[in-house]
Design a protein around this ligand. Structure first.
Ligand code: FNR
Length: 383
């Protein structure tokens, strides 16, 4: 058992996950598209902003981390992003992630390809959170999944728009995992060797998966999660979905202010500025850079959430100062799940929370809702 206390930042959680997971799975989560420029750009963008440190006006104020997102109050402005194959990280899977988010005052988004069906999750948790839709087989499949999400009380529908084709993930290719999913005998043999080098993960997760003997995703018989994730969505589809879904609609995977305006005009309650963690178009702008333009375009009208490269509480503060109403994290929670199941995801959220409170205090800000652009300063560029 990993001692979570020793994992005092998200980098250490990542390193522990690397020790825990078979290489093929670690690389699937950690990897990116082509040369990884956008993934690195996501991190680098946070370095271009400094925080405005200020002398405190009073001592010992209780930090208020609550925010409003599409009409709902979250006590922590950090949402657990939709991620495929979470069920393979640990037997706690997406249900554990959902419970961790709930325990920490926030919510989780269930991916269509997370490995747990919306109904199975909703049956055992207090609050199913939001549902993220992939429907590669078209509108019939989309309608079925949206109906399932509505029947099971999901409070928001997230439409991911940046996966019309799947990014070229070269670390997956190096393992022989190619799309469409094609498990040839040599690849299976190589993966078996990798799996056997992580007996702890095999004992926990493989045996759990075999016991479950369930379809690993909804409405997609005969398709692997990789194949499911290549799911084109057009503006026409979004207009059609808007008619079908009464609750909050969030459009994820845009970085262009013009797209943000179209999403607003199509009736979305929020946009999620995201380049899929640098896993799709290599060369797409860094999320934090795109955030500024998107907030200028639609920030007064609809909610703006951002994800990509958020690893520190100070990153969250910068994103909120630049106009995001909340952020999402992807890889950090998957690594937390791999290392410690539900407790691992709670641990990751607690790390963010502790760092957030620390930094807020040093900014002399009490409530994250009060953050604005005056709390950040462009970092001087080196001469
Ligand atoms: C993802 N992401 C993603 N997004 C989505 O809408 N549906 C999905 O099924 C997945 N699957 C997925 C799997 C894995 C392994 C990762 C790492 C990411 C993207 C995710 O929601 C989010 O946009 C990014 O992960 C955010 O970047 P960071 O925090 O990982 O840097």
């Amino acid at each position: 058992m990993t001692d979570l206390k020793r994992l005092y930042n998200t980098d250490r959680v990542r390193a522990a996950a690397k020790r825990t997971l078979p290489a093929v799975l670690f690389d699937y989560v950690d990897g990116d598209a082509e040369d990884g420029r956008t993934r690195r750009a996501n991190r680098d963008a946070f370095g271009r902003w400094n925080l405005r440190q200020q002398v405190p006006t009073s001592a010992g104020v209780n930090a208020d981390l609550s925010v409003e997102v599409v009409g709902r109050t979250l006590d922590l402005p950090i949402i657990v992003a939709p991620c495929g194959m979470a069920a393979l990280m640990h037997p706690d899977g997406p249900i554990g992630a959902n419970r961790a988010a709930h325990a920490k005052g926030t919510l989780a988004v269930l991916s269509t390809v997370a490995g747990t069906k919306p109904g199975d999750l909703a049956a055992v948790v207090d609050d199913p959170g939001w549902f993220q839709l992939y429907a590669p087989k078209g509108r019939e499949q989309a309608e079925e999944l949206i109906g399932e999400a509505a029947d099971h009380r999901f409070g928001g529908l997230v439409i991911t728009t940046d996966t019309a084709v799947l990014g070229r993930r070269e670390r997956d290719m190096a393992h022989g995992v190619i799309m469409p999913m094609n498990l040839t005998a040599p690849v299976a043999a190589k993966l078996a060797v990798e799996f056997l080098s992580k007996p702890g993960w095999v004992a926990r997760t493989v045996s759990h998966q075999l016991r479950q003997r369930r379809a690993t995703q909804s409405g997609a018989k005969g398709m692997s999660p990789f194949d499911m994730a290549a799911s084109p969505v057009t503006w026409d589809d979004i207009a059609w979905i808007r008619e079908l879904w009464d609750g909050p609609l969030l459009i994820k995977g845009l970085v262009d202010p013009e797209d943000a305006r179209r999403a607003r005009d199509a009736g979305a309650e929020a946009v999620v500025v995201s380049n899929h963690g640098g896993r799709q178009l290599d060369g797409a702008p860094a999320s934090l850079d795109a955030l500024v333009d998107v907030v200028d375009a639609v920030g007064g009208d609809i909610d703006v959430i951002v994800d990509g490269g958020i690893r520190r509480g100070t990153d969250v503060l910068k994103a909120l100062s630049l106009g995001a109403c909340a952020v999402q994290i992807g890889r950090p929670w998957l690594f937390g799940l791999a290392v410690g199941g539900q407790a691992g995801v709670e641990h990751v959220l607690s790390l963010f929370k502790r760092e957030l409170i620390n930094a807020l205090t040093l900014l002399d800000v009490t409530a994250v809702r009060d953050l604005d652009r005056s709390n950040v300063l462009p970092a001087p560029t080196p001469a």
